[in-house]
Design a protein around this ligand. Structure first.
Ligand code: SAH
Length: 268
């Protein structure tokens, strides 16, 4: 689904809807560059080192938060998500990062807000249907509708005011432990997922893992990915420059707007 970046009225989403008293909102990214700028904006900033990662605690637009970098891939992402929940009193997770384009009409510079996730490289067939996560009875892991709506509105606002003419899409995102960077490979992946009933808009390497951890803990989760490349032969060249020059600015603007909207309500 593509949503035009018109600016709806300023949204109001109280953090109390997502966080219980004493809980923090986690802002998670895979790469250091994806979070550049956000850490500088933290008030009452405190850095804790754990499991080889830096966890930055503080307040952002009045909302208690923790920022950290998961590193790349599903294992790293699930470890980080579980640590956030178990050690840092996280009540909800928002992921911001970059991804390769997969869906029709999804362009470099657009933003995809996740509706749900699938692991495109998980295959326990013929014991289970392809992509199905054993013990869960399903392949898709949904994001929280309310938190995703707040994120979508923040993206729409940012794109309309700061980054026109980028577009925002909402839908399925595919995750796997592989940087997809070949014309033939990306075409095959797109066709396979479409044929199997999973028309993903973007491909990345962490989101589905975080979604599964959040499902286990009953935690609201929302995710946005700025499209950095077309997952084709030039993906590796486009990627690095894009993250540094574009995606980090998007993330900063969008997260600031999201937390602004969350910070309007009663403090948890
Ligand atoms: N150059 C980086 C490695 C990037 S790996 C380094 O040296 O650290 C790609 C990262 O961006 C992953 O976190 C993944 O989630 C996302 N991503 C962007 N484009 C992608 C693509 N085409 N395929 C898979 N993941 C992609």
């Amino acid at each position: 689904m593509t949503v035009l970046p018109h600016a709806p009225p300023a949204p109001r989403h109280a953090p109390a809807a997502f966080l219980r008293p004493g809980q923090r909102l986690a802002i998670l990214s895979a790469l250091v560059d994806e979070q550049r700028g956000l850490i500088d904006q933290l008030q009452e900033r405190q850095r804790i080192e754990h499991a080889g990662r830096h966890f930055w605690l503080g307040r952002f637009q009045g909302v208690p938060v923790v920022l950290t970098v998961s590193r790349i891939g599903k294992v790293s992402a699930s470890l980080t998500a579980a640590t956030l929940i178990e050690r840092f009193a996280v009540g909800a997770i928002v992921f911001t990062g970059v991804a390769g384009a997969l869906g029709d009409g999804v362009q470099v510079g657009d933003v995809v807000v996740a509706q749900d996730f699938i692991q495109h490289d998980l295959d326990v067939s013929p014991l289970f249907a392809r992509y199905e996560v054993p013990a869960y009875g399903r392949a898709r892991f949904a994001c929280d509708a309310g938190l995703s709506q707040a994120l979508l509105q923040a993206v729409q606002h940012s794109l309309a005011h700061d980054f026109a003419p980028a577009r925002v899409h909402q839908g399925l995102i595919a995750s796997g432990d592989r940087f997809v960077s070949g014309q033939a490979e990306v075409r095959a992946l797109r066709e396979r997922l479409q044929q199997d009933g999973y028309p993903a808009l973007a491909v990345e390497m962490e989101g589905a893992a975080v979604a599964q951890v959040c499902a286990d803990h009953g935690l609201p989760y929302a995710a946005m990915r700025t499209i950095s490349d077309r997952a084709d032969d030039s993906a590796h060249r486009d990627f690095a420059q894009f993250v540094e020059q574009v995606a980090s600015r998007y993330a900063q603007a969008i997260i600031t707007r999201l937390l602004d909207s969350l910070g309007q309500g009663p403090r948890p």
